[in-house]
Ligand binder design. Structure first.
Ligand code: SF4
Length: 454
């Protein structure tokens, strides 16, 4: 079945969903502004500094990854490389089969990389019970839905919808009180944490200097997912590196401020490997999957800057298209402006040529991006690639336009005939008039005025 374009999907979104997405994204955007301007004296200079650090990572990715791998191994972390989604899923399954030959519960912390490789589906097919433990992701899972925001997966849902889902799943009588819903999820998930043999997480930052894996969160579920089970598997995109520990001070504040308007997230986990001999708890094994899945290709191409992304979601919150269409329109774990670039850059522009058009090019996404990714420029590159490859038809007949504009005579004739445009029937005109009226000519034309001015 052909997937609807972002524009087509946006027309089908209910007013309630648009209201939910708008309310939360507006709130997050204004919280971001206050938090960042309070945290940094010169926000622009800070963003430049962050972009330079991420560029340094991309310029030296091979060396830094080698250093990171070595340090991780010295810390007792078992490192595996995955060139694509299939090999990542295969390697994770092998670890799971070894740790729990009879299957069982796997608790999962929120992770975009695992969404990208559709890990849950593979684990479930192999007989494991995968339980998402982030509250938003848990609701997505029980509703058989998809996350529609990088940071706030259920931005599209109202409290009452969540209350109904909990009631349906037998998590108590209906309520839409957020605290009560959170307590019920907490009680339900506690048993899962106790029973799980394996915990899976993503990685917010990997520190090349020390081999530490950094996770940030607000609910405490990542902590439990990575420490209660005997085996922790972390899945990390290869671009998520920072060169040194000292870079964390900047990036933790930038990420928290840009994502949720916090000075710092409630929990920051610095994972240095499995439990030591003298430690009473923590995982016995930590495995790190370094995921490429198209990133090396992006590194050497025209969309390289998108690999600076730290997945804060600020560009989604500010984007007028995202606010109207919601994250589901992008049909990918990565939605909004970052998704419009990252999706086609990872999977090929042929698969979703409409994504590059899902932007007004207003530039707000670049303005709010903590690592100054020039998203509008990258979208224009994508549009160009899509047209050159013939996967989208140029909506404007530029060939005809150039015939009219490269001759003074034809241009003047065209201007004379312009008032008759109202009588012409053309699909492009019909599409325009669905939303706007064609302007009517007013007053004298410029050439007439110019000739008569002396
Ligand atoms: S592109 Fe920039 S603003 Fe958007 S999620 Fe990534 S880091 Fe955040």
């Amino acid at each position: 079945m052909k997937r609807p374009s972002v524009e087509q999907f946006a027309r089908t979104v209910s007013p309630e969903t648009v209201a939910s997405v708008r309310a939360t994204s507006t709130r997050m955007s204004s919280a971001r502004k206050s938090a960042l301007f309070e945290a940094f004296d010169d926000l622009d200079a800070t963003r430049t500094q962050a972009a330079q650090i991420k560029d340094y990572v991309l310029d030296n990715l091979k060396t830094l990854l080698t250093q990171f791998e070595l340090k991780c191994r010295l810390n007792g972390v078992r490192v595996l490389w995955a060139s694509d989604a299939a090999s990542a899923n295969r390697r994770i399954l092998e670890i799971c089969h070894k740790a729990a030959p009879d299957g069982g519960i796997i608790v999962k912390a929120k992770s975009m990389a695992t969404e990208e490789i559709h890990l849950n589906k593979h684990l479930a097919k192999a007989g494991f019970e995968v339980v998402e433990t982030d509250l938003g992701e848990y609701v997505v899972q029980i509703d058989d839905d998809m996350p529609s925001h990088i940071v706030a997966p259920i931005i599209h849902k109202s409290r009452s919808e969540v209350g109904k889902s909990f009631e349906r799943e037998g998590l108590g009588p209906y309520t839409d009180d957020p605290s009560e819903l959170a307590m019920r999820a907490r009680a339900h998930l506690r048993d899962k944490f106790r029973a799980a043999k394996i915990g899976i997480s993503g990685v917010n930052f990997g520190i090349a200097e020390s081999g530490r894996i950094v996770l940030v969160e607000n609910e405490g579920n990542s902590r439990l997912s990575t420490t209660a089970p005997d085996v922790h598997i972390a899945v990390m995109g290869i671009e998520k590196l920072l060169p040194g520990e000292s870079d964390l001070a900047l990036f933790l504040r930038l990420l928290a401020g840009s994502a949720t308007g916090q000075r710092i997230t409630t929990y920051t986990h610095l994972i240095s490997g499995p439990r030591r001999k003298d430690e009473g708890d923590g995982p016995k094994e930590v495995h790190l999957i370094l995921l490429d899945n198209g990133r090396s290709k992006i590194l050497n191409g025209p969309y390289r800057e998108i690999l600076r992304c730290i997945r804060c979601g600020a560009c989604l919150n500010i984007c007028p298209v995202y606010r109207q269409a919601s994250g589901h329109a992008y049909k990918s774990p990565y939605s909004g402006p970052v998704g419009a670039v990252l999706g086609p850059a990872l999977g090929g522009v042929e698969k979703r040529p409409d994504l590059a058009k899902a932007s007004t090019l207003c530039g707000e996404c670049e303005e709010v991006c903590p690592v100054k990714i020039p998203i509008p420029k990258l979208l224009l590159n994508l549009r160009d690639e899509a047209v050159r490859k013939g996967v989208v038809k140029d909506a404007i007949p530029w060939g005809t336009f150039s015939v009219g504009t490269t001759s003074g005579f034809r241009w003047r004739m065209g201007l004379k005939l312009l008032p008759m445009a109202g009588l012409v029937k053309h699909p492009m005109k019909a599409a325009w008039e669905e939303f706007k009226e064609l302007p009517t000519k007013e007053g004298r034309d410029f050439r007439g005025w110019w000739r008569g001015r002396s």
